[in-house]
Write a protein that binds this ligand. Structure first.
Ligand SMILES: Cc1cc2nc3c(=O)[nH]c(=O)nc-3n(C[C@H](O)[C@H](O)[C@H](O)COP(=O)(O)OP(=O)(O)OC[C@H]3O[C@@H](n4cnc5c(N)ncnc54)[C@H](O)[C@@H]3O)c2cc1C
Length: 402
């Protein structure tokens, strides 16, 4: 077993860490209370610095202007970038664009890459990914009503989606649609690129979440498609490959999500320790001298370390046996790391008392927004079920079940 990180990657991580501390963390106070759209010019200045330092779009192949990092190297970078809510965005590694760049690169035609991937990687446009429908349980992804029917050289799309992150201001949506309702469940759907200025595409609203409607990239949209017509060349990959493409995106994508959550846990942990080391409950009596706070520090350290090791192991398994075979390893980290992050953020917030509840630190942002980690990318309960059923199969339970 070798847990060392290659020296070149260490150098890159140190550079990113320094940039985050000097340029990105300060943005949190500067931008407090402002809507995302108002922040864009300020964030663009920071993006410009990222480009100049040669750190732009770390996950993107070099031929499209990125750093071309391997999948585990990028996982380590995600941990650093996620320590601030703006980190992924200013490096152009933010969801859902990063996932769309990945699938366009892997499955897109040359024409699609030129039209969509190039401006996306340059940070000139944004995109969104529309799969979940309000009428159906997202935890059963094969159950969808949005359809695309061929007509002449076009697809005509009708349907209703929600929680389409960053739909507000996106230039295009990658939309999961049923193209063959009679096919086996995992071959019914396809992914189609829909420019958001197409007639029949409508963003109904930004869904208010945890008290915030959000805007631009920092939003979750509800959208409808009414006889929305796009050319058949906008099909991504083959017809019926929608779920295969989604799987290709999700397996390694979950490693990156989990490393992001570890970054958020680390930042929260650091804030907790700083507060414990400086806040006095009486003259000369530090908060850190209380056993409860010490327990939180020790437990959080052990849990974050365990979470990171588990993610690295799952990444190694994907490299060794492929995403499909490593399904259980990926399910384990999805719920485990989300749970660790929730606990660490909560302890850090509590350690800060009223200050933690205020927006003067980043903790209240993490507390509100990261709650969703237990719901998206497959609710925790679904992943636990995958793990438990696989284990129980070894005990003879449900051998014929999938
Ligand atoms: C912040 C955020 C961003 C999102 N971004 C996107 C996006 O960009 N694009 C997109 O298409 N979607 C997006 N989603 C939607 C997300 O993928 C779905 O919310 C998720 O798949 C769960 O579906 P659901 O909300 O319909 O919950 P349901 O499927 O209705 O499930 C509700 C609850 O039931 C329980 N449950 C469900 N199934 C089981 C089971 N098998 N066993 C035990 N318990 C179960 C779980 O506790 C679950 O939380 C986003 C969601 C959030 C919160």
């Amino acid at each position: 077993m070798d847990f060392s990180i290659p020296p070149a990657t260490e150098t890159l991580l140190a550079k990113i860490r320094g940039f985050m501390e000097e340029e990105v963390y300060p943005l949190e106070q500067e931008t407090r209370g402002k809507g995302f759209r108002e922040l864009i010019p300020r964030l663009e200045q920071t993006r410009q610095k990222v480009r100049k330092m040669g750190l732009w779009a770390p996950q993107v192949p070099t031929e499209y202007g990125g750093l071309g990092l391997g999948f585990m190297e990028h996982a380590l970078v995600c941990e650093e970038l996620a320590k601030s809510p703006y980190g992924m965005y200013v490096f152009n590694a933010q969801a859902p664009d990063a996932g769309n760049m990945e699938i366009l690169n892997e499955f897109g035609t040359e024409a699609q890459k030129e039209r969509w991937l190039r401006p996306l990687t340059a940070g000139e446009i944004r995109s969104c990914f529309a799969m979940t429908e309000p009428e159906h349980a997202g935890s059963n992804p094969v159950w969808m009503s949005t359809t695309a029917v061929k007509d002449g050289g076009d697809y005509v799309i009708n349907g209703h989606k929600w929680f389409t992150t960053a739909a507000d201001g996106a230039a295009f949506a990658v939309v999961m649609v049923v193209t063959d309702p009679d096919a086996p469940p995992h071959e019914r759907a396809s992914q189609i690129i829909v420019p958001t200025d197409t007639a029949g595409y409508r963003r109904v609203r930004n869904i208010s979440c945890m008290g915030e409607e959000g805007e631009d990239w920092a939003s979750h949209g509800e959208i409808t498609f009414e006889d929305c017509r796009v050319p058949q060349e906008n099909l991504l990959g083959g017809e019926g490959q929608g779920f295969a493409i989604a799987q290709a995106r999700l397996g390694p994508g979950r490693i990156h999500h989990c490393m992001r959550w570890i970054g958020i846990s680390e930042r929260s942990f650091d804030l907790m320790c700083r507060r414990a080391a400086t806040r006095e409950t009486a003259p000369g009596e530090l908060l850190g001298s209380k056993q409860t706070i010490q327990n939180w520090i020790a437990e959080s350290r052990a849990e974050i370390n365990a979470a990171r090791l588990l993610v690295h192991h799952a990444g190694w398994r994907i490299d060794q046996v492929g995403a499909k075979e490593a399904r259980v390893d990926v399910s384990l980290i999805k719920f485990f790391v989300a749970g660790v992050m929730a606990k660490v953020i909560d302890r850090a917030l509590q350690t800060h008392g009223a200050l933690g509840f205020s927006d003067d630190t980043v903790l209240s942002y993490f507390y509100r927004h990261e709650r969703a980690s237990r719901i998206y990318d497959g609710p925790d309960e679904v992943h636990k079920s995958v793990v438990a059923r696989t284990i129980l199969k070894q005990y003879g339970v449900g051998k014929s079940a999938t």
